[in-house]
Design a protein around this ligand. Structure first.
Ligand code: NCD
Length: 298
């Protein structure tokens, strides 16, 4: 694996290898040290969890980390991102973690910078967010390892969610038994890679082993896709009452940031079935696994 651009570039063997590394890191804190490797965090879109998670992952592996300060970077002087990456690569940065609003930007950089840079997609527009899907599946596997027997339900803004797109591809690769995708019709996805779409929250989460809630990404909605948040909560918000349609031990997940009282109730975020903070914890281990495997599988 030279880059991590999207889930469809992975094989079941690569995913298994990443999971193995991530669980090893979680269970044995004698981490290897890679002090000569330099990681650059290039976040052209806001991020708290993903950026800090990659930074901590690199630091736990004793890598050097640099972060671009967008306010004062040369792009404000008209430099194109390709040139920023090439220049950082000339200084010895090898691994680039990139988040950008433009679909395919990490792919373009990977193609244009050839051997000089290894690119990790940390979210490209509405397209993919592969490390999030990998850490989500690490969290599921930890509690419910028999994926072929599972029903996973994803509720939210399916059309615009890069997390949902990556989760569909990974569900297909890992042969998840049943995947239901739940949203009001106005947010149904334009293309479905895996799973069945429904507008009925009750049908969609009935008997589910895992319920994944997505944020209502207001910043991505077009004028004809708007729903007011109170009516979204009334019809699709995950409440304890609605969670009761799922299996009694169903896991509740959310990639964050959580909008409490919109897509998910406070009580559900805090309930014993909630695995939201385990996702965040596992995220660092999964990103350590991604960084390490890029070093070795060039
Ligand atoms: C997601 C993202 O940025 O795609 N968050 C994350 O990385 N944890 C989801 C979102 O913004 O709703």
């Amino acid at each position: 694996m030279q880059h991590l651009l999207e889930i469809s570039h992975l094989t079941p063997k690569i995913v298994q290898d990443l999971m193995g590394r991530a669980f090893n890191f979680k269970h044995d804190p004698n981490y290897p040290r890679y002090p000569n490797s330099v990681v650059a965090n290039l976040f052209y879109e806001n991020s708290t969890r993903t950026r800090i998670s990659f930074e901590l992952a690199a630091k736990r592996l004793s890598m050097q980390v640099v972060a671009l300060d967008l306010e004062s970077s040369s792009e404000t002087k008209g430099e194109i991102i390709e040139d920023t990456v090439r220049n950082l690569a000339a200084m010895g940065v090898k691994l680039f973690v990139i988040r950008h609003s433009q679909v395919g930007m990490p792919h373009t950089l990977a193609a244009n910078c050839r051997g000089a840079a290894q690119i990790i997609n940390a979210g490209d527009g509405t397209h993919e967010h592969p490390s999030q899907a990998l850490l989500d599946f690490m969290t599921i596997l930890e509690k419910k390892p028999d994926l072929e027997q599972l029903k996973i339900a994803i509720v939210g803004n399916l059309r615009h969610s890069r997390v949902c797109h990556s989760l569909q591809h990974l569900s297909s690769l890992l042969k998840v038994g049943e995947l239901t995708l739940i949203a009001p019709e106005i947010w149904h996805p334009n293309m479905v890679h895996y799973g069945q779409v429904t507008s009925s929250l009750q049908d969609g989460i009935a008997g589910a082993d895992v319920v994944i809630c997505l944020r209502v990404q207001r910043e991505r909605l077009l004028p004809n896709e708007q729903i007011d948040l109170a009516s979204y909560h009334k019809d699709y918000g995950l409440t304890l009452q609605r969670l009761a349609y799922a299996k009694p031990d169903a896991m509740v997940m959310h990639p964050g940031p959580v909008n409490r009282g919109v897509e998910i109730d406070n009580d559900v975020v805090e309930c014993p079935q909630s695995s939201i903070l385990q996702q965040v914890t596992n995220g660092v281990f999964m990103r350590m696994a991604i960084l390490e495997s890029l070093l070795f599988l060039e």
